[in-house]
Design a binder for this molecule. Structure first.
Ligand code: C2E
Ligand code: CA
Ligand code: CA
Length: 746
């Protein structure tokens, strides 16, 4: 059932009942019994008592003293007066709390109804109420006071709870127990208090009691002050506790926040550390990608990037010039071979530092790999700046390096390319500087060359040649020519030197000087050299077989530096000897002085290995390199070939033959044989014979000729003694002599 629907009917029922009760009470009121004291009590009740409440802190309840006045009126003036007073008190007490007039009437009605029922109960049980204080039987007035208190309490609070419950839609019991239970004190205390006041008035008189009301008022105020103090103290304690709790809470919060920040800051620090580490590793990788690990210099990629920028700038700004220097160390390989790779690496690092020290901040030096470096000279005024820098660098690098107790000397070949609008890509500039560097090497190393367009043409030609030579080997375009080696004691051909030729389909016979260096550079010299060895061995073996006189014919074959360094050279030579059935003692392997001295330490082992298979070794072009006498002594060498430049300088005068004499003497002392190259005149031939040189080779006797021609030479001209003559016929046509037109056989 919806209780709220009952709210209004109940309200008006109570108001109506109250009104009826008031009217009935007013009609039954004995007006003559009312006096000024009644008026005083009524005023006191509706103005003061209805406002006074005494709080009971321990039970959380309140005592209103207006009930005491209603009970007092009931005991002094009877039920009707009490009912009317109660109705008035109900209205007045609620004026301050209730706004709606209906509710004022409701409170009045509740008070009127409950007081009416109390009066009715007392009268029913104990007869006229005003007689009750005068009863001498305690059981009577005690039980009367109990009925008075309980009925008033139950009915008053019961009606109020019923109305409230209907309004809120709750159960009456729940509302009553929640709001009204503790108000029983008001009634239980009020009834005996009223009884005592009646007794007091009887004893001391009304006026005396009324006089005591200020004292009661003072006591009441004191009590209120006391309560207030307790409240204040309690509130202060509570506030303190709350503040403490709050402080504690905020301290905890602060601690938590601090911890949070600390974890947070740890996290941030960790994040920072990670991002720092990430950044570092990124930097590291970026650095590694653009720098050389050994020297720390920028690498090819980085300098190419910078070259691209310089090139773009050159295209934009008319007056801007730059240059690239391409550096290659001369004979760096020797350092590695003789002192080891560690010293080689240290040399590269030391060179890097010297290069850096010798440049302007705007310039960049990079290591391209191996012993190659490149320098970008930014914003130069002309070619003079570039050649000047190249000279300074070459001078700086020529000072000895002190590495692990060794004094290491090095020289550098430098190629220079001037950057400008003629170039489209940085690779092209580097390529041209590289070409110029090769030109510097060709010119005898330790110098610099500025790139010229002709070099490019030459480089292209060389590249073309390389392809052609590769094909030449496959298509068998190579030939071996033979130049006789003449014994100066017997005048006979003692052997031949094999010299390679290239029978080019378009260019005709190409001399070795035009393709051997290139074959050496590209590695093609290895198959080429092996082919020459095999072909020459086969040919000479054939000649040897023609006559017992030719049985001991020797064959000299040139070995280039690369061939000589080939670890399996000895096996290759052995294979060829076996294949061609060639006597190793008839084979002379020619190695130039500079190749031997450049790799002195490893050369000793190789020479010994060659000697071990029975082959003989000659030092070619002797006198042009820088032979160390101590090495010469240690090398197991059979023959020295005096370079033709010394022979060519020999003339009629004795002093011009001094170098040749010295070399012959040296060879004698070292137990070696001597061959003189490039003998072009009879004088030279005679002088060499006088100096007791063993063998001679040169245009005087024969130019290098084809195998066929050489075979014919071998058949015809033996023994071969030469002297001046002027009668053609039996004579041999001189090739290089001006004063004698024919040579005659003795
Ligand atoms: P080389 O070993 O010093 O050969 C001697 C060179 O001097 C030959 O030049 C020869 O033709 C030349 N010659 C000989 N007699 C005279 C003379 O009286 N006057 C002048 N002016 N020159 C004379 P060629 O044949 O052009 O060979 C040049 C170089 O090429 C050789 O110098 C040698 O180092 C190299 N070479 C030739 N063939 C081979 C080969 O099969 N293998 C290797 N590795 N190198 C070779
Ligand atoms: Ca030679
Ligand atoms: Ca030579």
């Amino acid at each position: 059932m919806n209780r709220q629907l009952l709210y209004n009917p109940l309200r008006w029922l109570i108001i109506g009942a109250g009104a009826v009760i008031c009217v009935v009470s007013a009609l039954n009121l004995k007006a003559e019994a009312l006096d000024t004291r009644f008026l005083f009590l009524t005023i006191l009740t509706v103005t003061v008592a209805s406002r006074i409440t005494v709080r009971m802190p321990s039970v959380n309840g309140r005592i209103t003293i207006s009930e005491t006045f209603i009970f007092l009126t009931m005991l002094l003036y009877g039920g009707e007066a009490a009912v009317l007073l109660a109705a008035a008190e109900g209205v007045c007490a609620s004026v301050r709390m209730v706004k709606k007039p209906a509710n004022l009437l409701l409170n009045g009605g509740v008070m009127a109804a409950s007081t009416f029922l109390t009066v009715w109960a007392l009268r029913s049980c104990f007869g006229p109420i005003i007689n009750l204080p005068h009863s001498s039987v305690p059981a009577t007035y005690v039980s009367a006071l109990c009925v008075m208190a309980l009925v008033q309490y139950v009915v008053n609070t019961g009606l109020a709870a019923a109305v409230q419950a209907c309004k809120m839609g709750e159960s009456v019991w729940h509302t009553w127990s929640k709001y009204c239970l503790w108000s029983s004190i008001t009634y239980l205390a009020g009834a005996p208090a009223a009884y005592l006041i009646v007794k007091l008035i009887a004893a001391v008189g009304f006026s005396a009691v009324m006089v005591s009301t200020p004292i009661i008022g003072i006591l009441y105020l004191t009590y209120r002050t006391y309560l207030k103090n307790i409240e204040v103290m309690a509130a202060a304690a509570k506030a303190e506790a709350a503040a403490a709790a709050e402080a504690e809470a905020s301290a905890a919060q602060a601690e938590q926040a601090r911890r949070h920040i600390e974890e947070l800051s740890h996290y941030i620090a960790e994040q920072e550390r990670i991002s720092q580490a990430l950044k570092e590793s990124k930097d590291h990788f970026r650095h590694a990608a653009f720098h050389d690990a050994l020297t720390g210099l920028p690498n090819r990629m980085l300098i190419t990037d910078n070259l691209r920028l310089a090139l773009e700038r050159a295209h934009r700004c008319a007056g801007y010039h730059f240059a690239v220097l391409f550096l290659d160390l001369d004979r760096f390989k020797n350092v590695n071979d003789s002192l080891g790779h560690t010293v080689g690496d240290e040399l590269l690092v030391a060179i890097a530092r010297r290069l850096e020290a010798g440049l302007r901040p705007a310039d960049m030096v990079a290591r391209l790999g191996g012993d190659e470096f490149a320098i970008l000279l930014d914003g130069i005024s002309g070619v003079g700046d570039a050649t000047g820098t190249a000279e300074r660098i070459q001078e700086a690098l020529s000072a000895p390096f002190s590495l692990r107790g060794h004094e290491v000397f090095t020289t550098t070949s430098v190629g220079i390319a001037l950057g400008g609008v003629g170039y489209e890509s940085p690779e092209d500039i580097l390529r041209d500087a590289d070409i110029a560097m090769y030109r510097a090497k060709d010119k005898g190393k330790a110098c610099h060359e500025v790139f010229a367009a002709s070099m490019y043409t030459r480089a292209v030609t060389l590249m073309q040649m390389e392809n052609d030579l590769r094909r030449a080997l496959e298509r068998e375009e190579l030939r071996v020519h033979y130049q006789p080696v003449v014994s100066l004691t017997t005048g006979r051909i003692s052997g031949f030197e094999a010299l390679v030729r290239w029978q080019h389909p378009e260019r005709g016979m190409v001399p070795p000087g035009d393709f051997i260096p290139m074959a050496e550079e590209t590695g093609l010299i290895l198959p080429l050299g092996l082919w020459v060895l095999r072909e020459a061995c086969r040919q000479v073996r054939e000649w040897q077989g023609r006559s017992p006189m030719h049985r001991a014919l020797t064959l000299s074959v040139n070995l280039s530096g690369k061939q000589f360094m080939q670890p399996d050279l000895v096996e290759h030579v052995e294979d060829v000897l076996r294949e061609t059935d060639f006597d190793p003692r008839c084979l002379q392997l020619e190695i130039t002085e500079s190749v031997l001295m450049d790799s002195a330490e490893s050369a000793v082992a190789m020479l010994e290995a060659l000697r071990a298979i029975g082959a003989r070794v000659s030092i070619d072009d002797f006198g042009t390199g820088y032979s160390s006498l101590s090495y010469l002594h240690r090398f197991p060498i059979n023959t020295l070939k005096i370079d033709r430049s010394f022979v060519g300088r020999m003339g009629p005068g004795v002093e011009k033959a001094e170098i040749v004499r010295t070399i012959v003497t040296l060879a004698r002392n070292l137990g070696m044989e001597v061959v003189a190259e490039g003998v072009e005149t009879l004088d030279q031939s005679e002088q060499l014979r006088a100096l007791e040189c063993d063998y001679a080779q040169g245009y005087l006797y024969s130019k290098p000729v084809s195998g066929e021609a050489a075979g014919a030479l071998l058949a015809k001209r033996s023994p071969w003694h030469l002297s001046y003559g002027d009668v053609p016929g039996e004579s041999y046509p001189a090739t290089a002599l001006n004063n004698v037109r024919y040579l005659k056989f003795a």
